[in-house]
Design a protein around this ligand. Structure first.
Ligand code: AMP
Ligand code: ZN
Ligand code: FE
Ligand code: FE
Length: 289
């Protein structure tokens, strides 16, 4: 089995990069990608840790593109995490996130919630702070009783919904991933919330920027969707990838590494998926793994 989409404590996951590799080893995975949101800070230690172990470690990242409808996440797999341009862009995104979080704090304080940057740093372990960390603090302070309440009642409504992170266009993100020697993959295509014909047009546009693959297998996708995306991948000669989007038992209790929700992403072509990725022309340094 393989898993090409997972999160660690470097962003909003619960396992450290080393713990995640250990989990992957315990499940006897042949390949594991770490794809933290907007950061590559967990990759070096995971890379070092996995070096002498019986697993292919795929350095990755998950970036959110600026789109009007739905959510577009793009995975960079096999990236050269020392690439300067990539690091520069991630620094800018990081600063934009810090600014956004400060605006969130101001708004929440105005509404009467006593929440501070220190509270957030405590739950995030000093790493990238995201909305899920705000949710954790709100839960701790009993301001909400379920995680989704903070999204439904605050983040997804004005004024908070009007405050955005620094986001780049799909074109900029895909080209940057390619420059970093990576493979650009459209993550969980269902989150674009597009009709079939719209999705096809969007994919054509992304291919013109250099898109390499589709995350056909993802925990949030139905079997029907997965089959549809596989047909699209075939039609446009795109790579197929598979990812659980594992975060950990607290954040996503129903998502198991490499297995997804009740096994919904397990497939019999996983070896073939990996083989095709490894053979893909853009990965010239793959023999180093
Ligand atoms: P951020 O990167 O800080 O903007 O936070 C976005 C993250 O919040 C997403 O990757 C999800 O993990 C989480 N999220 C977004 N919407 C919801 C929701 N409605 N319920 C629970 N978690 C959500
Ligand atoms: Zn996440
Ligand atoms: Fe995502
Ligand atoms: Fe993810």
């Amino acid at each position: 089995m393989i898993d090409l989409h997972s999160h660690t404590t470097a962003s909003d996951g619960e396992k450290t990069p080393e713990e995640l590799i250990d989990l992957a080893l315990s499940k006897k995975l042949s390949a594991i990608a770490i794809t933290d949101h907007d950061t590559i800070s967990g990759l070096k230690s995971a890379f070092e840790y996995s070096k002498d172990k019986n697993i292919i470690f795929v350095p990755g990242v998950e970036l959110e593109a600026d789109v009007d409808k739905g959510q577009m996440h793009i995975l960079g797999l096999f990236i050269d995490f020392e690439n300067k341009e990539l690091n520069n862009m991630l620094d800018k995104i990081k600063q934009g996130r810090i600014n956004r979080n400060n605006l969130f704090l101001q708004e929440f304080n105005k509404m009467g919630f006593e929440i501070t940057l220190e509270d957030l740093q405590k739950v995030s372990g000093g790493k990238i702070i995201g909305k899920p960390h705000f949710a954790k603090v709100f839960l701790q302070k009993n301001y909400i009783h379920t995680k989704s309440e903070i999204f439904d009642n605050y983040f997804n409504k004005p004024p908070l919904s009007l405050i955005k992170k620094t986001r780049y266009t799909p074109e900029v993100i895909i080209k940057l991933i390619k420059k970093s020697n990576g493979i650009a993959v459209l993550a969980h295509p269902q989150s674009l919330k597009l009709e079939d014909n719209e999705l096809e047009e969007k994919i054509k546009e992304l291919i013109s920027f250099g898109l390499d693959g589709l995350e056909c297998y993802h925990s949030n996708q139905t079997r029907e969707q997965m089959q549809k995306y596989k047909a699209l991948a075939k039609k446009f000669n795109l790579l197929v990838t598979k990812g659980s989007d594992y975060h950990g038992p607290i954040t996503k209790p129903d998502v198991e590494l490499a297995v997804g929700k009740n096994g919904n992403i397990v497939s019999d072509d996983e070896d073939e998926i990996l083989k095709k990725l490894l053979n893909y022309k853009n990965i010239s340094y793959v023999n180093d793994f």
